[in-house]
Design a protein around this ligand. Structure first.
Ligand SMILES: NC(=O)c1ccc[n+]([C@@H]2O[C@H](COP(=O)([O-])OP(=O)(O)OC[C@H]3O[C@@H](n4cnc5c(N)ncnc54)[C@H](OP(=O)(O)O)[C@@H]3O)[C@@H](O)[C@H]2O)c1
Length: 304
């Protein structure tokens, strides 16, 4: 097991969350904003992107979420350039099941041979011999039966290429189905104060039925829940005006309140805000210090 994380600074306990035999602090970093515009190609300033990654580790963040198809291959390469050889307690989670098409859109890659190719790309570009956490990113209508894709990941786990399995874009039923076959250490679904509406409504293909039900299931089973788009892709303040008043009270920003709300919502939530800026990274990390009252949590959680 890696070293237990220090607990200082987290207003909403616990400070850490277990991922199988690993343990990480309950505020991670999502690497999707590191490549160029539209998560495609090189960033304007690769040195700045590497600074963000190094600063994340300096701050105490020891969980990074990435995927070979961010860039494609750009986010992973920047992570390796900035951080390899990796700190002993750093956990890098990846995703399989997606790919990028020439028009920059996001397509499925869920056939066993595509999943295997993706894992090889992750291992090569991250310079790893084994992937600590791999999410199976499975969306309805992607064409390959869920259990067939899961079995392909299990085969790679048996070969020692994958340490722990996780799921993304899944319903409670799919989580239960997977759990009947194998342990799952994390679920990564879209979840934020906007509840899937407002500016992120265009990402509805990422929505699953009953997101609260999936979170409740993970909370009961102590499975880490990674809310993606935790800042509604930077639109939380616009989508949820109530954040501004609560932010003023806490001398904080609306983005920080949105992250504090996630930490308060469940002890298994591990936010993975994405940013290409050191300033936003530091602001997001500091959100862990904000203690929201039960009234604040309820007001933010109200629809509308
Ligand atoms: N499983 C999946 O299917 C899936 C799908 C999407 C994303 N993800 C994962 O989830 C992570 C998070 O999602 P995301 O990065 O797309 O969206 P997000 O975290 O909701 O928002 C990121 C956006 O917010 C801005 N931002 C960050 N911190 C801010 C702050 N303190 N104040 C104001 N704006 C701020 C960023 O701009 P700046 O760069 O200017 O800071 C960026 O445009 C991704 O990095 C990825 O790892 C997974």
């Amino acid at each position: 097991m890696n070293e237990p994380a220090r607990s200082e600074g987290f207003a909403h306990a616990p400070a850490t969350i277990r991922l199988g035999d690993l343990e990480v602090r309950r505020m991670g970093y999502g690497a999707m904003r590191l490549p160029g515009k539209d998560v495609w190609g090189e960033p304007d300033d690769p040195a700045r992107a590497r600074d963000v990654l190094r600063r994340a580790v300096d701050l105490g963040i020891n969980f990074i979420d990435t995927a070979w198809f961010y860039g494609p291959l750009v986010a992973n390469r920047l992570i390796a350039e900035a951080l390899h050889p990796y700190p002993r307690d750093l956990v890098i989670a990846t995703k399989l099941g997606g790919k990028r098409l020439p028009d920059k859109s996001w397509g499925p890659a869920l056939r066993p041979e595509e999943l295997r190719k993706g894992a090889e790309e992750d291992l090569r570009t991250l310079r790893l011999e084994r992937l600590d956490v791999v999410h199976l990113r499975h969306r309805p209508g992607d064409g390959v039966p869920f259990m067939e894709s899961l079995d392909a990941l299990l085969a790679m786990q048996a070969e020692g290429k994958i340490r722990h399995l996780a799921l993304s874009n899944v319903s409670a039923r799919e989580v239960e189905q997977a759990l009947a076959r194998t342990p799952i250490v994390a679920v990564q679904n879209m979840f934020n104060v906007s509840g899937g509406g407002g500016a992120i409504a265009k990402y509805t293909h990422s929505e699953v039925d009953d997101p609260e039900g999936v979170l409740d299931l993970c909370t009961r089973k102590k499975i880490a829940y990674l809310p993606f788009f935790p800042l509604a892709v930077g639109n939380v303040a616009k989508d949820k005006p109530v954040l501004a008043a609560i932010a003023d009270k806490h001398h904080a920003s609306p983005a920080q309140i949105a992250l504090a709300w996630l930490l308060a919502r469940s002890p298994v939530i591990l936010p993975i805000p994405g940013t290409s800026s050191v300033e936003h990274l530091e602001e997001n990390w500091d959100a862990r210090r904000i203690a929201l009252s039960p009234d604040d949590v309820a007001a933010i959680g109200k629809q509308g």
